[in-house]
Design a protein around this ligand. Structure first.
Ligand SMILES: NC(=O)C1=CN([C@@H]2O[C@H](COP(=O)(O)OP(=O)(O)OC[C@H]3O[C@@H](n4cnc5c(N)ncnc54)[C@H](O)[C@@H]3O)[C@@H](O)[C@H]2O)[C@@H](O)CC1
Ligand SMILES: [K+]
Length: 539
């Protein structure tokens, strides 16, 4: 899995490199600028062949410093380059000031601000570089809204210059992916829309979270030569953060992982294992069984050895008519569930999909008291909206909660309030912060769904399963898709996966299945893609 950094973590890594005398800040800036030019020529090879015009917009920090390097390199490549600076050259930080000075030997710098920003739509540039703000964005950016208007007009229009953002599109918070100063009335007025974003060393959280990917559009990460061993040294000497201290300037550790192809695929998925566990999926009354059946199908396809659906006695016939490989065991009430769970072979439980909130209130306490690996989804979460702490008191470390945004708000109203408060300044409270806080509160793994699914454990471990860029699958937002995900997790728990890897792997495979099928997908299709996904991955 690759790593996603916060601005503070990136700064700490950069600082460690500089302090170790491995490299200077100015050299890192040079490498960053070179990386941007390389990425431009790799993205549009025809641009490297003849000279063109570029407009470079530089801001008051080191992001602007990178911009001056790009300007100089393009000029040396034979391009015509027009440079604007937002802010006062005398106040630039030291490395950016040097880069500015090197540019000034080659060309002029025009002021950039609402009043004097006068590039028009047909200025003839092939590329516009957005080096206004990077990881240091701390306030709303619409102060120079006219720049944004112009750039966004470009990035969304054919035959217009390509907008290339340095590190992250100006206006996006690198830690949260939120647009600082976001305004419901004008949601797209708070960040630059790029055609290409070039970041350095590692992706930042903001490239993956929230609305970040909409502004970023396409992300390329360029090495700036900071070695892995250096990072390891930095990690070893930096105290592990507690879940409460996982954000803001204090957060230099607790790195978030980007979920990628699971390492066990193709090696030791263990299809030959004798026991693959037995998953029990609690279901609801007659006419409400579809959701649990979707979960059951998902659990079975992902490799649980046996799967049993437990509906109310009255719904037995309906389920019997719809299920073959999945077994049935009626559960009328909490007492019956307790008796069923006396069978130790049921090693993973799933409650929520189609369960009904009343029934969930009865059955969840019994299920949790049995201390099996347990997924709680849908109605099993909503059932506790009036008293979430009653649920938290019963949860144990082998549980996974899988809320969507609405369920998350019902269970964690205070956290949700923080997450949905306007992002007035950076770094803003993020979905990563929210999910970590929720996991700490619940005392178990929380998987917070969305195109940016965040998975966190109570100890602060955290990862993002991103369905953005080449893994974008908007058709996954279809009725019942969450029920299948709950089933995938349950199936992996039955196979003996720990909660965190079970949730990560299931979420990743869920998106792979959606990509395998493509548009037109309905939830029933998801489990049916697993065999070909597994084949493709060499499992
Ligand atoms: N950290 C690293 O390892 C490296 C960083 N580099 C570049 O440095 C950038 C970070 O530099 P900085 O920390 O200087 O941050 P920025 O360049 O993003 O901007 C910070 C400056 O902008 C001001 N500012 C923030 N929001 C504003 C707003 N809305 N309106 C007006 N002014 C505002 C701040 O007061 C500060 O002066 C990165 O994004 C990257 O482009 C690269 O040079 C290479 C290495
Ligand atoms: K930028």
């Amino acid at each position: 899995m690759s790593e996603l950094l916060t601005a503070a973590q990136m700064r700490a890594i950069e600082q460690a490199a500089i302090e170790s005398d491995e490299v200077t800040g100015l050299e890192l800036m040079e490498r960053a600028g070179r990386g941007v030019v390389e990425a431009i020529f790799e993205e549009w090879p025809e641009l490297a062949k003849t000279s063109h015009k570029a407009v470079v917009l530089c801001g008051p920090g080191n992001n602007g410093g990178d911009g001056f390097v790009v300007a100089r390199l393009l000029k040396k490549w034979g391009w015509e380059v027009e440079v604007f600076l937002y802010g006062d050259a005398e106040k630039l930080p030291p490395d950016a000031r040097v880069s500015y000075g090197r540019w000034v030997e080659l060309g002029e710098v025009k002021p950039l601000g609402d009043a004097d920003f006068d590039i028009d739509h047909d200025m003839g540039a092939k590329v516009v570089i957005d080096a206004i703000f990077g990881t240091g964005l701390s306030r709303p950016f619409y102060t120079i809204g006219v720049v944004q208007d112009t750039l966004n007009y470009y990035s969304s229009s054919k035959d217009m210059p390509n907008v290339v953002s340095v590190d992250i599109p100006s206006g996006i918070c690198a830690d949260s992916g939120r647009y600082i100063g976001y305004d419901d009335e004008n949601p797209f007025d708070s960040c630059v829309w790029a055609n290409l974003t070039v970041s350095f060393h590692s992706e930042k959280l903001g490239h993956r979270l929230s609305l970040g990917p909409i502004g970023v559009q396409k992300i390329v990460v360029k090495s700036i030569g900071i070695g892995r061993d250096l990072k390891q040294r930095w990690e070893e000497t930096t105290p592990i953060s507690t879940p409460d201290a996982t954000r803001g300037a204090g957060q230099v550790n607790g790195i978030v992982k980007l979920v990628s192809k699971p390492t066990w695929i193709g090696k030791n998925y263990g299809w030959n294992k004798f026991s693959h566990g037995h998953a029990l999926i609690l279901s609801g009354t007659s006419g409400k069984g579809g959701a649990a059946r979707l979960s059951a199908r998902g659990a079975l396809r992902i490799g649980a050895g046996l799967v049993t659906v437990a509906p109310t006695p009255g719904a037995l016939q309906e389920n019997a008519a719809r299920l073959d490989a999945v077994m049935l065991s009626p559960v009328g009430d909490a007492q019956t569930l307790q008796a069923v769970l006396a069978d130790e072979r049921f090693n993973a439980l799933c409650l929520g999909p189609g369960l009904g909130v009343e029934r969930a209130r009865d059955l969840v306490p019994v299920a949790l008291a049995a201390k099996r690996a347990t997924v709680l989804d849908a109605d099993a979460l909503t059932a506790f909206k009036d008293d979430p702490s009653a649920l938290f008191d019963m949860l144990h470390e082998n549980c996974v909660l899988t809320p969507h945004a609405g369920e998350f708000a019902r269970l964690f109203p205070d956290i949700d309030k923080k997450l949905n408060a306007p992002a007035a300044k950076g770094p803003a409270y993020s979905k990563v912060d929210a999910t970590r806080d929720a996991a700490a509160q619940a005392g178990c793994v929380v998987l917070f769904k969305g195109p940016d699914t965040v998975i966190a454990a109570p100890d602060g471990a955290c990862s993002i399963n991103s369905a953005a860029y080449e893994r974008s699958a908007p058709w996954l937002a279809t009725a019942g898709s969450g029920d299948v995900l709950a089933g995938f997790i349950t199936g992996l728990l039955a196979r003996g996966f720990a909660p965190m890897p079970a949730a990560e792997t299931a979420a990743w495979l869920h998106v792979e299945c959606a990509l395998e099928f493509g548009p037109g997908l309905i939830a029933e299709d998801l489990p049916e893609q697993l065999p070909s996904v597994f084949r493709r991955l060499g499992a």
